[in-house]
Design a protein around this ligand. Sequence first.
Ligand SMILES: CC(C)(COP(=O)(O)OP(=O)(O)OC[C@H]1O[C@@H](n2cnc3c(N)ncnc32)[C@H](O)[C@@H]1OP(=O)(O)O)[C@@H](O)C(=O)NCCC(=O)NCCS
Length: 268
Amino acid sequence: MSGSAHGRRDAVKLWFCPNDELAPGIAAILGTHWLDEHEQEIAGRFLFERDRRQYLVAHALVRRVLALESGVPEAEAVIWRSSRGRPFLQKPVEGLPRGGRELDFNLSHTNGHNLLGVVRRHRIGVDVERLDRADHGFETIAETFAPEEQEWVAQAPPGRARDRRVLRLWTLKEAYAKGRGLGLGLPFDEFAFTLAEDRGVLGFRPPSDERSGRWRFVELEPVPDVLAAVAVMADEDGPPALQLHHGFPWGRAAPRSLALPEPVGAPV
Ligand SMILES: CC(C)(COP(=O)(O)OP(=O)(O)OC[C@H]1O[C@@H](n2cnc3c(N)ncnc32)[C@H](O)[C@@H]1OP(=O)(O)O)[C@@H](O)C(=O)NCCC(=O)NCCS
């Protein structure tokens, strides 16, 4: 295990940052100085100011955290995207200034909230969604699930209890699909989760193309009615810690440490 002033290097690190943590004027300044041409162009395209703000906070967060973790300054990080749109940090030829050979990250944003996950090994996928989403649409979402998941959803009384089940499954499915880099390109009825009543993944039936075998899944509710899920590819080593940071990472405030659950899925 290796450590650093910014926490255990092998830990799974999460940053949950509501938009309110960064005043609009500051987000705009950071955007001007830190975002690359492509990101600036996207930021300039939004019709509504609240959407632009969301984008600026999310991407300032990404660049700040990548700088803290990798040592590559915010404005110098080169972020490239796969053919399916998944962003990756391009490793400088001389390696990461803070050491280590790998660094993977994944971002999710929903009205007013941003979640960023970083790991030093393998892959991570994250998703954050609001239970009070204005467009609802929970029934339509549930129709994309595997039959056993639809059955579990239907066992809950209609309303909040059922919506919560739908959103728990949805965030987990998105987190896994984003960890794989496939996003919605992975049919959501081809893999299934078995969930505990309150929180936690009891079982995972992976899709047939899953090669790495086992994943660790975490469910979080960083603030009431905002549900988040994290998927991390598992290896033989003991469970790494999970560090949850809240707010914009200006400084090095101590994170909350959580235990990562045992891996689930088919053994390889
Ligand atoms: C990734 C995807 C699931 C995002 O869903 P969402 O709930 O709307 O958004 P989230 O807020 O959770 O995540 C968005 C972030 O995920 C990341 N992302 C984008 N594509 C991704 C992918 N394939 N895998 C993992 N992460 C991805 C990006 O950082 C994105 O934010 P940004 O565009 O501001 O940089 C969805 O956009 C998707 O399925 N994309 C793939 C589309 C595809 O296959 N395209 C093929 C080429 S046309």
